[in-house]
Design a protein around this ligand. Sequence first.
Ligand code: ADP
Length: 659
Amino acid sequence: MDLPILEIEDEFCSKLANTNRLVLEAPTGSGKSTQVPKFLLKGGFLDNGEAVVLQPRRIAARMLAKRVSWEIGESPGRTIGYQVRHDRVSSRDTRVHFVTEGILLRRMIADPDLKGVSCIVFDEFHERSMHADLTLARALMLQRTKRPDLKLIIMSATLDASELSTYLEPCEIVKSEGRTFPVEVGYIDNRSANSDLPIWELAANATAEGLKTQSEGHALVFMPGAFEIGKTIAALGRRLSARGFELLPLHSELSAKDQDRAVEGGNRRKVIVATNVAETSLTIDNVRLVVDSGQARIARYDPIRGINTLWIERISNASAKQRSGRAGRTAPGKAIRLWTERENANRALFEEPEVRRVDLSEMLLSLLATGIGSVDAFEWFERPNEERLADAVQLLRGLEAIDDDGRLTARGRKMSGFPLHPRFASMLLAAKGFGCVEEMALAAALAQSRNILLRKVDKAVEKRREALWGEGGKSDLIAQMFAWKAALKERFDMRFCQELGIHAQSARQVLKVANQLSQYAEASGLLEGGKEVAADEADIRKCLLWGFPDRVCRRLDSGTLRCSMVGGRRGNLARESLADGSELFVACEVNEIGRQGGQVNTVFNLCSAIDVEWLEELFPDLFSDAEETAFDEKQKRVVERRVIRFQDLEISSKESLEP
Ligand code: ADP
């Protein structure tokens, strides 16, 4: 083994002996992830406690544990183990745990002082995941108060270490130079870029072309997700079949065996088609050709659904550079970028850190559960936008996860136990009371996914839909539940789905998510107490309300679809909505479409009818029924009115009979 990082072992160990904060800056592939845990073991830093090594990705946590175990001649789970959601391999002897970021946060909730932990290693810190930002801040707080002995090691490939060291002051910095070979970078031309070929066809063409001149080593193709990877492999199969390449997918949804095969296996030359797990987290040896789609799936706040969703976006220059660099680890290589050189100049220089992109409510809830007391006291590496922060606090308050002083409630503590957006955690918790947890797991899965019901369908399909669910429980989401259950019975049969205008692939995806949510519910004890009876539709609508109390709307008049939402936003109820018989409803989606006369046109989608009594029953603190005096302009006199409000939304007002 001849890894560049080995040259700085002594410096690393002697500096770490004298400080509790250390930044290690070294390029990808230099050996940080695999060697630093061994430095810690050998240097005696783990004699009285273990090291937790944070990884942004599950697949990396598992593979690193396997690799380092192999390097020290053991099997995973002895000295070196790992823990990711639903999977833990470790024992009493384990001194190093590779874990995903959520696991450490959960551990901090269960044991705020992190007893038994000597070192925390933040790997891939340059990715600036929200979890890493926050757990680092939380760990610094702990170090300052109860655990001055806790050692924090922050490893980063590309990040500017000076910013970090100001934040960590006082801290030591250790740098290691990488050893890389030149990589020749090429772009596609305008004609290919503007062709109608899907990205996987472009990728297959470029790979076949590139392999003509690259006569040794493997090829690595970057795609945004599993779907595109499947398509690319198929397209490659048509072009490379006779040439004896092994075509291998690599992404987080594969079995461990298939993941291993892509990274370690094979005697033949490989073409590995991967998501950005292969960008920095995993190193595949002897890659000489990289083909880059220039895209990645990125989590971002979705203002329509009020949750975070994954979007396919263009990667930054920094990411593209990382990806290209993968071709030059062992010898000179070549990278082909599936965009034009001109477009390259318009790309962002760096990825936007997650803290600027996502809704903060889920993280805030976890943080409060680790016992930080109040959000104001928190020292962020990068403080998020104040408005976003205020939104998150307000949502948590609406969900009754925190009280008016911003402190965690008992309900909030329970919610923090779910690895879910607080909206969905809140819905599942409420469902326990109504005995409809399984139903809500499905509802939540549907609310997160794209609509499984196609919008523009012909009359015959509409008729069939109506026959199946009638008025759909006065809820667009309940109608989707009907449709989904019918499709499940037919095992998402294509023809059946077509006849009802159901998007079969999305419906199948929903099954996965719903199963996962049921598992969380089960693990949290929500399914205890025997089998559930079929849920009442009104109960389901009440639970939806528990997820979206900030999205209660009232129709403004009976002749039109105009309505007003909590918070003052005006818009229209979607024309085809099944909630249209009700004056009050809750909207899971708030769409902005077009701009008419300079104004944003808001449409409330995925709506469910609700009753005013429910608001009083479920949210007594947000509900008010009060006598008010007001001046009536028309009558030019003071009148007494009785006004019912939910938060700031006026639901009804009547001039009282006896002024
Ligand atoms: P860094 O963290 O700096 O990106 P790593 O420690 O992950 O680097 O990898 C260092 C080297 O170890 C890689 O370049 C590769 O040669 C080797 N390596 C790591 N994991 C594996 C694996 N699962 N199979 C084969 N080689 C591996």
